[in-house]
Design a protein around this ligand. Structure first.
Ligand code: SIN
Length: 171
């Protein structure tokens, strides 16, 4: 048995799981936001990093990467996304084949304990600039995500604006 999984954050560029097919994809009605805390990857419980989640946003589209995976892969993904993310069913549009397929994504809702929510853009950029955790620097997460979004032709102003601010801090 296989299922599609939609990645919109690190799952776009850090592929540490086997897959059968992969295609850029998009989902309707969601926006990507750096509003989730990371205690286990890009920060620590005492000093969480800031990573992306999705928020409902009517009329918006979020682009990411879809992978067709064997069901066993979800054990690995559940562990990787355990800090507040839950599986959610969606329909995604595959951008190369033009098909719409049902699948799964990981979303961190506002009631999870690691949720940080919105903040001023400069504060978020400074936070991302400073945080680090077992998976590396938080700014590396942001810069790699911004590059990966450019590669799939996304124009995510929220991410690109934070990227510009963090690069300004880098000097
Ligand atoms: C995702 O990439 O789809 C979820 C968030 C993350 O792991 O960065």
């Amino acid at each position: 048995m296989t299922d599609w999984v939609f990645g919109y954050g690190s799952l776009i560029y850090k592929v540490d799981f086997p897959y059968l097919e992969r295609e850029p994809a998009q989902i309707d009605g969601w926006a990507r936001r750096f509003w989730q805390g990371s205690h286990d990857h890009r920060g620590t419980p005492g000093s969480p990093g800031r990573v992306v989640t999705l928020v409902p946003a009517e009329g918006r589209r979020c682009r990411g990467m879809a992978y067709r995976v064997e069901h066993e892969v979800f054990e690995h993904l559940d562990h990787r996304e355990k800090n507040g993310y839950e599986r959610h069913r969606v329909v995604m549009e595959l951008l190369e084949s033009g098909q719409s397929v049902p699948g799964t994504l990981y979303v961190a809702g506002r009631d999870n304990p690691a949720y940080l929510g919105p903040a001023e853009a400069d504060d978020m950029a400074e936070h991302i600039f400073a945080a680090r955790g077992p998976s590396g620097e938080n700014l590396d997460y942001l810069l790699r995500l911004a590059d990966a979004l450019r590669d799939i032709g996304d124009e995510d102003e929220h991410v690109f604006d934070l990227e510009r601010r963090v690069k300004a801090l880098l000097g």
